[in-house]
Design a protein around this ligand. Structure first.
Ligand SMILES: O=P(O)(O)OC[C@H]1O[C@H](O[C@H]2O[C@H](CO)[C@@H](O)[C@H](O)[C@H]2O)[C@H](O)[C@@H](O)[C@@H]1O
Length: 378
């Protein structure tokens, strides 16, 4: 493995470069894919069709964005070239595992993990997004070795019922409900709630009545759309359209828009086949990450190496924070090219489990024999 201009050149990357050189750098005019361009010796491509913000756009914009969440298949050759370009800039975290370890040298690794699509596979029924037993075991070991937080759009109770580990931090409802570990002593500044749990921060409490009200209205308004489902995530709401026929996406989006017109203090964002309704406060997963780092005593510290793993658009706020701070790494879970501020990728939750397991194993070896700490642990 070699490193050129910040791009890690694995054999896979090398093969991609060769393919790209033959098909893009020296293309015949007829075959050059429109979306790709040679930029300063490197290859880039337009991702505009992958991400569009819903806020402020009209209903047609919303529908485009809902479609963009599941891009239609491009021709397989184009798809391969696009993927090659993407892999160059966002290599697999498993392939650059040693480099990540090297960069974390002497620093405290802190884990931030999204839930749906990261620790559990995406399934049609949100109530059945179970984590495997293997993942839970690995997560338990991760938390034994590193401060670990689940950062999710789900409400705290629901995600806790899936994860069932009291030793973790939970930043639920897109970070609007942050709780510390209840099992072991935590160094984070906390106060106790009525159940004697270490509640750290709930910046949107005043929105609870409004969210409840809108939940009831949306349940009523969307019940005529087959497959639509409204989920109450306490400080935010999810309107799922994964099981809705594409023909009904526009009417569904219109119904949601009409309801939100009456609530200017709520905003709409989008996740994976889901419209997310949230308070307009300036709070997101990125802010939650910063809050937790501060609570752990790493506000202005260079001695910390946060690793954030997530699959969703909402995780991009956290990737941006890491890239702005120049600290740690963001890892996007995706098997297809997406616009992202993450540095690395993992394909699916089983690769996430593999990555976490390797870090636990490295930690075990390094405490047994500190000199072996930065050797490959395959
Ligand atoms: O921040 P996350 O932990 O990724 O939560 C984001 C949303 O995840 C859930 O929805 C997603 O997963 C479902 C189960 O696999 C899937 O059916 C749905 O299409 C996905 O969007 C959750 O149900 C939402 O409430 C979260 O906001």
């Amino acid at each position: 493995m070699t490193k050129q201009n910040n791009v890690v050149v694995t054999p896979e990357v090398k093969s991609c470069i060769n393919t790209l050189i033959s098909t893009v750098v020296l293309p015949s005019a007829a075959t050059a894919p429109e979306s790709m361009a040679v930029i300063g010796g490197f290859l880039g491509f337009s991702h505009n069709n992958f991400i569009k913000r819903l806020e402020g756009s009209n209903v047609n914009g919303w529908i485009d964005s809902m479609r963009a969440a599941s891009p239609t298949r491009v021709k397989s050759s184009e798809n391969y070239q696009e993927k090659c370009s993407w892999i160059l800039f966002h290599p697999s975290a498993l392939k650059v595992f040693d480099q990540i370890l090297f960069n974390s040298k002497g620093k405290q690794i802190v884990f931030f993990l999204d839930y749906d699509g990261t620790l559990s596979p995406i399934v049609a029924d949100p109530d059945k997004a179970f984590m495997t037993r293997k993942m839970r075991g690995t997560l338990k070991d991760v938390a034994r070795n590193f401060p670990t937080a689940i950062v999710t759009g789900r409400c705290r109770d629901k995600v806790f019922n899936f994860v069932k580990l009291a030793e973790l931090y939970y930043a639920a409802s897109h970070g609007m409900d942050i709780m510390g570990p209840t099992k072991n002593q935590t160094t984070a500044k906390s106060k106790s709630d009525s159940n004697n749990k270490a509640v750290l921060f709930q910046p949107a409490s005043q929105f609870l009545p409004m969210i409840d009200e809108v939940y009831k209205i949306l349940l009523e308004k969307t019940k005529s759309v087959p497959g639509a489902m409204v989920e109450n995530n306490k400080y935010c709401l999810s309107v799922h359209f994964r099981c809705v026929d594409e023909k009904s996406w526009a009417p569904l989006a219109e119904k949601v828009r009409l309801v939100l017109n009456e609530y200017p203090k709520l905003r709409l964002t989008q996740g994976r086949k889901v419209l997310e309704i949230r308070p307009t406060i300036k709070w997101d997963k990125g802010k939650a990450l910063e809050f937790l780092l501060e609570s752990l005593g790493y506000e202005n510290s260079n001695d910390v190496f946060p690793i954030y793993i997530g699959d969703d658009r909402t995780d991009e706020d956290a990737f941006k924070v890491l890239s702005r701070r120049g600290q740690g790494v963001g890892i996007l879970v995706s098997s297809v090219p997406k616009e992202t501020d993450a540095s690395y990728t993992l394909q699916d939750p089983s690769e996430v489990e593999n990555f976490l397991r390797r870090l636990v194993e490295w930690k075990r070896l390094s405490s047994v024999n500190p000199t072996s700490a930065y050797r490959v642990v395959d």
